[in-house]
Write a protein that binds this ligand. Structure first.
Ligand SMILES: Nc1ncnc2c1ncn2[C@@H]1O[C@H](COP(=O)(O)OP(=O)(O)O)[C@@H](O)[C@H]1O
Ligand SMILES: [Mg+2]
Length: 444
């Protein structure tokens, strides 16, 4: 219910967005930070939190459609457990060591909130703290498909309120088949955070912790080399203890019981909001393929074949030749970039024929398959400087390609990095089949 709410000292309440809370009197703990008289907090419609009164508190609560504010019993709330975890970490910071704390747990177990909780708690106590957001599917600092890092300089509830200092473009929205990119980016950003003088670096991770996800997480820990793991799942805590006994302090944290869970569609919507936010002040630039490095950017980074060459080696392709804009070979594939409509049955037959005759995979890309593709932008010194989205491309002279790239980044572009993500005009992800070699389809 909207209106005034009184909480006695020690009382806990749960709030589900959309909601706005103003502290009229008193003091509360919310996501690890203290808020007193005059503070105003906004809870997104897809998020819920618990808050605890540190003294008698009067709140003014404004709820949007679907928003809820309710008192909760301390026994069902995790806030005290999380305070304990944060206190242990605070003591270890005081011990003088520079900490690297990896948060892990299943999807919707509270990883993002606990990461924010710990980093807020430490910052509130004067510890220079950094946050590395390592969940490529729900990356809240920069945008999905990246891993980002920030020095935390003010209290926050949700990572989306912060901006990032640095990011690495990974190019996937699920860690599956992308483990190497995620782990490398996490290592890189963690050491960058330490070199910027952070005494504690909190690293959030994705929720892939079952099946092959366990081995991936063990590999991640082996390379990131944290001082602490905070796990939101007891079984996972045991597995991590078995693997890293004597190397890493493993803490178990309770997972909130009553959470605002998000459907697959809602998770996609959250990603769309993040893409939109990134591209809000973007414009379109033209990049000449011949002047930049092209990392995984099919079909512009493979050896081009002329139409004559193509037809002499693959006469069976004559039926589609008039639609082919560009043909090129790489190790195991023949890639055709096409325009206009082609009959699906005919393509299937051609694929089979080409494979049977030459043992190469025929990959057909239509012009429209390239529009909306996300690309990482590498600047001078091999730095990740921006992300772009292909609006269109034109074939230039001497086989060159002019790529029209939408991006907010205005500096020099040294190389482009491909991804398996494509967006429509509303920044919604478009599912697609084969595109980039080395990538399989995401299921995030
Ligand atoms: N103590 C809590 N009480 C109720 N809901 C919570 C609490 N902590 C987190 N949530 C909500 O639970 C959901 C999942 O939490 P989140 O931190 O995003 O988990 P994960 O990062 O593991 O997916 C979010 O909607 C979040 O707002
Ligand atoms: Mg999360």
């Amino acid at each position: 219910m909207s209106g005034t709410q009184i909480l006695e000292v020690g009382e806990v309440a749960r709030v589900t967005g959309p909601a706005r809370i103003e502290v009229d009197e008193g003091r509360i703990l919310l996501v690890g930070s203290e808020f007193s008289r005059g503070s105003a907090l906004v809870v997104h419609e897809l998020r819920s939190y618990s808050l605890k009164a540190l003294e008698r508190t009067r709140l003014r609560v404004f709820l949007g459609a679907g928003g809820v504010f309710e008192k909760a019993s301390l026994s069902e709330e995790v806030i005290d457990d999380w305070i304990n975890v944060a206190e242990i970490i605070m003591k270890d910071v005081e011990g003088g060591e520079r900490l690297r704390v990896v948060i892990m747990g299943p999807p919707e177990s509270g990883k993002t909130t606990l990461s924010a909780f710990i980093v807020n708690y430490l910052r509130d106590r004067g510890v220079k703290s950094c946050l590395v957001e390592g969940d490529v599917g729900q990356e809240d600092l920069a945008m999905p498909a990246t891993v980002a890092m920030t020095i935390v300089e003010r209290p926050f509830i949700w990572q989306r309120e912060l901006s990032f200092q640095e990011f690495r473009f990974v190019g996937c929205i699920s860690p599956r088949n992308c483990e190497l990119g995620v782990i490398s980016a996490l290592m890189d950003l963690t050491s960058s955070a330490l070199s910027r003088g952070c005494r504690a670096v909190v690293v959030n991770t994705d929720g892939w912790v079952s099946g092959d996800g366990v081995n991936y997480k063990i590999e991640l820990i082996k390379w990131v080399r944290p001082t602490h793991i905070v796990s939101l799942n007891p079984k996972l805590s045991s597995l991590m203890t078995l693997a890293f006994r004597g190397l890493v302090k493993v803490l178990n944290a309770k997972s909130p019981v009553t959470v605002r869970t998000r459907s697959r569609e809602e998770r996609q919507r959250l990603r769309s909001e993040a893409y939109r936010r990134y591209f809000i002040n973007s414009s379109v630039r033209t990049v000449r393929a011949s002047e930049v490095g092209l990392i995984r950017v099919q079909p512009f980074n493979c050896e081009q074949a002329s139409m004559n060459e193509l037809l002499s080696t693959h006469p069976e392709l004559i039926s589609v030749a008039s639609s082919v804009l560009r043909a090129c070979y790489n190790e195991k594939e023949l890639v055709l970039l096409t325009e206009g409509s082609l009959n699906a049955g005919l393509l299937e037959a051609l694929r089979n024929e080409v494979y049977a005759k030459h043992s190469v995979k025929l990959v057909i890309l239509r012009r429209e398959d390239l529009t909306g593709c996300l690309m990482g932008i590498i600047g001078e010194g091999f730095r990740d400087v921006g992300v772009g989205m292909v609006e269109d491309f034109k074939l230039g002279e001497a086989g060159d390609v002019l790529i029209k790239l939408r991006t907010p980044y205005g500096g020099p572009i040294i190389a482009l990095v491909g991804s398996n993500i494509r967006l429509d005009e509303e920044y919604r992800e478009i599912r697609r089949g084969e595109w980039f070699v080395g990538f399989k389809r995401d299921r995030s």
